[in-house]
Design a protein around this ligand. Structure first.
Ligand code: FMN
Length: 212
């Protein structure tokens, strides 16, 4: 098993979303032989935005070879796509920022959702090119965005489900710790709810040949 974890919180290892993602990684580890588990960590908060060369390349009929101007952030995009292809399982640790994904996660998506590389455009619409594999998204939010306590819209989960599906990743599971800003008692309750949600998830292991 080869896990790619993408961390998107400005609070890094101290973040609630990272804490929850760690519980997911632990569940995956117990589902399979731990001596064969690799984790590749990627901190999306350090990622630069896609640049001008990237924008030109995406609007061109073919990918550029390089040339005098270089390839700009296409090189980083190549690396990030390879990391995705090499992973058997993907874990995303993300806070909710302004009702949706934080800018770090959006920057990562802009690098990996790339025409001719991770999706094709057809007369019927965009078709994903990546082999499907499980994606677990650990979300932390200051208030509630699901259930009867929700007082805000959720543009995070429907957006992520759609954009990951565009590149072929349709097995997306969301787990959340909500209401982190509403005091220690509600936070503890939210963590316990997340544990119950984790108990209900079948952490499937894929045959190695699925990778790539
Ligand atoms: C810029 C910013 C925007 C935020 N927007 C929201 C929001 O729209 N909804 C919400 O419930 N919490 C919002 N929060 C609160 C975070 O989601 C909350 O503190 C979360 O637990 C942080 O998770 P982390 O520890 O993984 O970073 C926001 C926080 C920041 C810094």
């Amino acid at each position: 098993m080869s896990i790619l974890r993408i961390c998107c919180s400005p609070q890094g290892l101290a973040s609630e979303s990272y804490r929850l993602s760690q519980r997911i990684v632990e569940r995956l580890a117990t589902a399979g032989p731990s001596d064969r588990m690799d984790i590749v960590e990627f901190d999306a908060t350090t990622l630069a935005h896609a640049d001008g060369q990237y924008a030109v390349a995406l609007a061109s009929p073919v990918d550029p070879e390089g040339g005098a101007g270089g390839r700009g952030s296409l090189g980083m995009s190549d690396q990030l796509i390879r990391m995705l292809e090499d992973a058997s399982h993907i874990v995303v640790a993300t806070p909710m920022h302004n009702f949706t994904v934080p800018s770090s996660l959006k920057a990562w998506l802009d690098h990996v959702v790339r025409v001719r590389n991770t999706f094709h455009i057809t007369p019927q619409g965009k078709v994903g090119l990546l082999k499907d594999r499980p994606v677990y998204v650990a979300i932390s939010s200051g208030g509630a965005f699901s259930g009867p306590e929700a007082r805000q819209p959720d543009f995070l989960t429907p957006y992520l489900r759609h954009v990951l599906g565009t590149i072929g990743l349709t097995q997306v599971t969301f787990i959340s710790v909500e209401s982190t800003a509403r005091g220690p008692e509600l936070l503890e309750e939210a963590r316990q709810q997340a544990e119950i949600a984790l108990d209900r998830i079948a952490f499937d292991l894929l045959p190695e040949e699925m990778i790539g």
